[in-house]
Design a protein around this ligand. Structure first.
Ligand SMILES: [Zn+2]
Length: 138
């Protein structure tokens, strides 16, 4: 199997994205290690991410945007809208679930949500198909 289901707390970004279902993380070449990892080869879009480098997060030492007094800010609303429309996934909803149920429960649910029912590998949020067998998410 190409991708074992190993979802870690460290793979959940401040904006509520799960790096382990991202195309950049799942690909073989030029693999991105995730938003919270320090990686010199990181795609420039991630390194320059405005949310990751947000002053409010840094200033208040916040782990997630949901803890911010500006939540949900326009920046987050924009990316959330893009993901809801294009990929049927909402970071704001993710963040609210993390708040409600805690990060561990959230990860558990993410595993269920993004595991391919055919082969048990990880479904890519951007492609909507399994990163291993290529079958569509049910
Ligand atoms: Zn599969």
């Amino acid at each position: 199997m190409k991708h074992q289901i190993t979802m870690k707390i460290s793979q959940i970004t401040p904006c509520g994205m799960n790096c382990s279902i991202c195309r950049g993380y799942l690909r073989e070449k030029n693999k991105c290690l995730g938003c919270r990892e320090i990686d010199v080869n990181k795609p420039i879009s991630r390194a320059k991410c405005k949310i990751k480098n947000c002053i409010e997060l840094k200033k208040n030492n916040l782990k997630y945007c949901s803890k911010c007094k500006l939540f949900p800010c326009n920046r987050l609303k924009n990316i959330d809208k893009r993901y809801r429309t294009k990929y049927n996934m909402s970071m704001i909803e993710n963040l609210e679930n993390i708040n409600k149920f805690g990060i561990r429960k959230f990860i558990k649910n993410e595993k269920i949500r993004w595991t391919c029912t055919y082969c048990g590998s990880i479904i890519c949020v951007h492609d909507g198909i399994c990163s291993n067998c290529g079958k569509k998410k049910l």
